[in-house]
Design a protein around this ligand. Structure first.
Ligand SMILES: CC(=O)[C@@H](O)[C@H](O)COP(=O)(O)O
Ligand SMILES: NCC(=O)COP(=O)(O)O
Length: 248
């Protein structure tokens, strides 16, 4: 397999924690899910420490930082607390995401173009802490160019509109936007990842986009794991996207 068609899988374990928080128990432990995911072939573990702590807790991140064998992709809002927390934890990767308390899930991409100085300062601070910073953005040229200007080495394209498309034509249009975003990001020297809402029936088309580096997938894997087990759910997704990337 050449570099051009290799692809990585980041497993987001947020919604293992959602099940735990539903009853305030100690189980299921997202740390166990993360270790199982790594055994099953995950290339990294993604966690989103939300301001409202609806799922992942500070304790989860601290323990994962001590036990992960692969690497942590720490998703966070651009706040002083989260910047300070990331400087303590020093995850390999940090992904800056937009966040509002009212949202059911991440609704849109980070508006980098509208706040370049603020994002550039966050990128510099996290880079000095040794983190590789990616920006979770919509597949828009203005946002991609802004990401390059603020010094982020990576972007993660929001695939939610593709995942939520109601018709085949709409899905094809959104996939084309993502493909153009990958090309634009690569042309600007960025590492290009993608994620949000991807599952076992829509991830292959994104994985097949030449040059895409990593897919971050969580909700669908956790959901499938309820029926087949977590390791199998991760292994199935990894095999599916690697085969799709290889076919191109
Ligand atoms: C940024 C993104 O799309 C997800 O990684 C994010 O974690 C979604 O938020 P929830 O996991 O809370 O649904
Ligand atoms: N950044 C996307 C992610 O980590 C997982 O999103 P989802 O698969 O839970 O929608």
């Amino acid at each position: 397999m050449t570099e051009a068609n290799r692809i990585l899988l980041g497993v987001n374990i947020d919604h293992v924690a959602t099940l735990r928080q539903a009853r305030g128990t100690r189980y299921p432990d997202p740390v166990k899910a993360a270790l199982d995911a790594e055994e099953a072939g995950a290339d990294g573990i993604t966690v989103h420490l939300r301001e409202d702590r609806r799922h992942i807790q500070d304790r989860d991140v601290r323990v994962l930082a001590d036990v992960l064998q692969t690497r942590m992709n720490f998703e966070m809002g651009v706040t002083d607390f989260m910047l300070g927390f990331a400087e303590q934890i020093r995850p390999a990767h940090v992904c800056l995401v937009p966040e509002t308390r009212q949202e059911l899930t991440t609704e849109g991409g980070l508006d980098v173009a509208g706040q370049e100085a603020r994002i550039a300062a966050a990128v510099e601070r996290l880079t000095l802490a040794g983190c590789e910073v990616s920006l979770f953005i919509d597949a828009e040229e203005r946002q991609i160019e802004a990401a390059m200007r603020v010094g982020a080495p990576a972007i993660e394209l929001h695939t939610g509109r593709y995942a939520d498309a109601h018709t085949a034509d709409e899905a094809a249009h959104e996939l084309s936007r993502i493909r153009d975003g990958v090309i634009c990001g690569l042309n600007h020297g960025l590492i290009v990842n993608a994620g949000h809402g991807l599952h076992y029936h829509n991830a292959e088309a994104v994985a097949a986009i030449p040059g895409i580096n990593e897919l971050n997938i969580g909700h669908a894997i956790v959901s499938h794991a309820l029926f087949v087990g977590f390791k199998q759910a991760v292994a199935e997704m990894k095999a599916l996207i690697v085969a799709a990337a290889y076919r191109g």
